[in-house]
Design a protein around this ligand. Structure first.
Ligand code: UD1
Length: 439
């Protein structure tokens, strides 16, 4: 469906039910985006399993089809990709500017064809999002990079391994340099690399295609260039942030959720904070159970690169701390514009003061339903949690942003006993309110 004709939905949510039961977590959106781009680096067919069916991955797949990549979807969560027919390296796609991960096509195309032209990335408005470290990496391995007419244009005669020291820890730049350098001549060393699970996943995927990458998951990654990559079948890791969001859903609603298909190790910083504020967290091989019986207590959180507390979980934590006893602080050290949910949750009765990159949160007894707007993907998901915990009905606008990264979010919440519906107009909201009153 063309975006112009697409229906605009809101969520209508009746708060107050504790979320209980089991939920299955999908593949990691941020790993999947990079893996999709990397899949075009071979002329052989690549099969990717556990692919989340979310807006961001679908937009990227559309853009890839637009440059001649052959894409098959044997089932909802499997994609077959063949990049042998890529017709041009100039991506012009009106949707591609909307997703951050479009920049992964630069690393992939540059690495394979020594040439790429991709519009500057969009994505969530969570602050200024420079790409200087990506460009520094491309230049270090021999590419000529310039920005013209809103696009990044990278070209190289040949690519040669280099020693690259990243000035900031960047997930995107680390992955992009991994892709661009895996077929470069000689050895590339990335120092101060990002250690996030999806960096490791992309490295594992590239290795399954024949790349020679060592050290992913530590801050020094070593890449030995190979002459070509081959086809592979690969399953994307579970989504750390989707899992974390449901962990916090149990916390804020006083629920009991078994979150299945996760890697508990990836959730350690989230589990630790939940335990600190009074939740019980039990880890199993590939699931975690989160429960909350008593009151939540206050804490301090600072977002940091992995293995620190993820910036993508900060708004969800902010909701929990709004309902905790005492005063908490959250310091956002990665993106400067990630407190845009604060104005919205204040409409629900939260007491938060933002000073610079710190939010000072004084816990309140309860939140109350309100008409609010999702400011970005994770903040939007966090506001859904707030609405599920609040007294009364809330409506949330701009849920398209939430659907960028959460598959069947409303359905999964309903399966856990939450009352949430996608509605299109005020009449539907009125009906929802009447039904909720009748329950
Ligand atoms: C990725 C995730 C995003 C997550 C973030 C941090 C995707 C599609 N998005 O974003 O959900 O919130 O990691 O875990 O995977 N920076 C620079 N120069 C650069 C690149 C980054 O200064 O060239 C800075 C950024 O402004 C930010 C920090 O480095 O302060 C981290 O950004 P980065 O890890 O690159 O985030 P993204 O890859 O954009």
């Amino acid at each position: 469906m063309k975006s112009g004709t697409e229906k605009i939905y809101q969520y209508a949510i009746q708060g107050g039910n504790a979320l209980t039961g089991e939920v299955e977590i999908g593949g990691a959106k941020n790993a999947a985006l990079a893996i999709l781009a990397a899949a075009i680096m071979t002329d052989e067919t690549v099969t990717i399993e556990n692919m989340p069916d979310v807006r961001d991955t679908n937009v990227l797949l559309d853009a890839m089809a637009g440059i001649g990549v052959m894409i098959e979807r044997p089932d909802r969560h499997t994609v077959k990709i063949n990049g042998s027919m890529v017709r041009n390296v100039n991506i012009e796609h009106d949707l591609i500017r909307k997703i951050r991960a479009s920049y992964y096509l630069i690393g992939a195309l540059l690495g394979k064809y020594y040439e790429a032209e991709v519009p500057l990335p969009g994505g969530c408005n969570i602050g200024s999002r420079p790409i200087d470290q990506h460009l520094k990496g491309f230049r270090a391995i021999g590419a000529n990079v310039r920005i013209e007419h809103g696009s990044i244009i990278a070209k190289a005669e040949k690519l040669t391994g280099a020693h690259i020291y990243m000035d900031v820890v960047s997930v995107g730049a680390t992955i992009n340099i991994l892709m661009a350098s895996c077929m470069a001549e000689g050895k590339t060393i990335i120092e101060n690399a990002a250690k996030e699970p999806h960096v490791v996943d992309v490295a594992n995927f590239l290795n399954s295609m024949g790349a020679n990458i060592k050290g992913a998951g530590t801050d020094v990654i070593r890449i030995k260039g190979v002459s070509s990559l081959h086809g592979a079948t690969y399953s994307v890791i579970p989504d750390q942030i989707e899992a974390g969001t449901f962990m916090f859903a149990a916390a804020v609603t006083g629920g009991d959720i078994l979150i299945k298909n996760v890697i508990p190790k990836h959730l350690e910083s989230i589990s630790a904070k939940l335990m600190e504020i009074g939740c019980q967290v039990e880890e199993y091989d590939d699931s975690v159970r989160v429960r909350r019986n008593g009151k939540l207590s206050n804490t301090q959180i600072k977002t940091l690169p992995y293995p620190g507390f993820p910036t993508d979980m900060q708004p969800q934590a902010g909701v929990a701390l709004s309902l905790s006893e005492g005063v908490s602080t959250i310091t956002e050290s990665i993106f400067e514009n990630r407190f845009r949910y604060v104005d919205e949750i204040m409409k629900m009765g939260a007491n938060i003061k933002v000073e610079g990159n710190t939010a000072i949160i004084t816990g309140v007894e309860a939140l109350s339903g309100a008409h609010i707007t999702a400011p970005d993907l994770r903040a939007g998901a966090a506001l859904v949690l707030a609405a599920l915990a609040a007294d009364g009905v809330s409506t949330i606008d701009d849920i398209r942003l939430i659907e960028r990264g959460y598959e069947d979010f409303d359905m999964k919440i309903r399966q856990l006993g939450g009352i949430i519906e996608k509605v299109t107009d005020t009449k539907a909201v009125r009906k929802f309110r009447m039904r909720s009153r009748a329950v």
